[in-house]
Design a protein around this ligand. Structure first.
Ligand SMILES: Cc1cc2nc3c(=O)[nH]c(=O)nc-3n(C[C@H](O)[C@H](O)[C@H](O)COP(=O)(O)OP(=O)(O)OC[C@H]3O[C@@H](n4cnc5c(N)ncnc54)[C@H](O)[C@@H]3O)c2cc1C
Length: 338
């Protein structure tokens, strides 16, 4: 079997690595960072991602490692709150644990992992790009994300989304009494010094439910992380020269909470064509085309609806509550973005 190189050991890269090892393909992953580490993420997995994890034999192991289930969600805008049961429970786990677990498991099944090694070579044959989101050009609205964990925060639903003037803040119950606090914000000017002022972005307007929720929060300062220059413009896999999976193809609007699922799904979509390439049954060009068209077919509908949802939530906060109020409409958006 020809070996495959994966650049980027995030969720997409590690999941593809595991899926290929389960098919006896030799795989090496190059990761610029190390494990475990905190990542900006709402840290709940919903949609087909759970099925992929179950099929790879990972879901039960993640639950044993501390993942818990979220059953309901609440939306807050101004003084209004609407709560719904989730059509299917979401799986909540910190990225610190999740990425660390997958990295360990990948090596356990025979994969080779090089950490703290940034790939700077061209993407030649047999190299898959899983390097995460692409950087936004510095024009127009700047989007940035913040995440931290805290204790002493009581939630009214397992997942909460609070619409704030410049974006939204999501709260998600994790294990050991910890709560994930993750926000997506926009700024028309250069992003302020986040390492000093991040708690202010989370706190929400005085008198809001978010402000009350976080009043006595005890933050784990070491868990704070941020990411800026987020490109939320949907792209197609076929537009890229390289063989891409996960956010390196395109990033779905974070408000959908479906990016991790797309990373897992794209990995399993790529696994069979790459196995055939590795066995000498397909050329690299056929492999790349097969993967790109399958990814574009699978995600086109979801990305279209996610852009609409993003627009409604971020440009017209009143829509968020309208959406939450009419359960069939909420279910329609929830289903269409998964
Ligand atoms: C604010 C916010 C909230 C979110 N909330 C959720 C949520 O609640 N649920 C959900 O499902 N999704 C959520 N997401 C999306 C989710 O985090 C991503 O979709 C997911 O992490 C994508 O996985 P990936 O493997 O493609 O990229 P990543 O997880 O980003 O991994 C890419 C990896 O590649 C490495 N890398 C990059 N360049 C190189 C290089 N040259 N050489 C070697 N390594 C390299 C990086 O170090 C990184 O480890 C959120 C995103 C944001 C921004």
């Amino acid at each position: 079997m020809k070996p495959i190189v994966i650049v980027g050991g995030g969720l997409a890269g590690l999941t593809l690595g595991i899926a290929l090892r389960q098919r006896d393909v030799p795989v090496t992953i190059y990761e610029a960072g190390h494990y475990p580490r905190h990542r900006v993420c709402g840290e709940f997995i919903s949609g087909h991602g759970r099925t992929v994890l179950a099929e790879l034999g990972l879901e039960k192991k993640l639950i044993a490692a501390g993942a818990i289930l979220a059953h309901d969600a609440a939306f807050y805008s101004g003084a209004k709150c609407l709560r719904h049961d989730l059509p299917q429970p979401a799986l909540c786990i910190s990225r610190y644990k999740l990425d660390g677990f997958l990295a360990e498991y990948f090596q356990k099944v025979g994969g080779t992992l090089h950490t703290d090694q940034r790939w700077n070579e061209p993407y030649a044959e047999a190299i898959v790009r899983a390097t995460g989101r692409r950087i936004q050009k510095p024009d127009g609205t700047r989007w940035f994300g913040l995440k931290a964990h805290a204790t002493n925060v009581s939630l009214e639903a397992d997942l909460e989304m609070h619409i704030v003037p410049n974006g939204y803040v999501g709260l998600c119950e994790l294990d050991s009494g910890q709560v994930n606090i993750c926000g997506l914000f926009r700024s028309e000017t250069a992003v302020p010094d986040l390492s000093r002022v991040w708690k202010k972005w989370f706190s929400g307007p005085e008198g809001s439910a978010l402000n009350a929720r976080l009043r006595n929060a005890v933050f784990d300062e070491t868990s704070f992380c941020s990411t800026a220059a987020l490109s939320l413009q949907p792209q197609q896999a076929a537009e890229h020269e390289e063989c891409c999976i996960g956010d390196s193809v395109t990033m779905i609007a974070p408000a959908t909470g479906n990016g991790m699922s797309m990373a897992f799904e794209s990995a399993t979509i790529a696994a069979d064509p790459l196995t055939q390439f590795s066995a000498g049954k397909m050329t690299w060009s056929e492999t790349k085309d097969r993967i790109a068209s399958a990814l574009d077919r699978t995600f086109a509908h979801r990305l279209k609806w996610a852009s609409r949802l993003q627009y409604m939530l971020m440009s017209q906060p009143g829509y968020a509550i309208t959406l939450g109020k009419f359960y069939p409409l909420w279910r329609l958006f929830f289903g269409a973005t998964r």
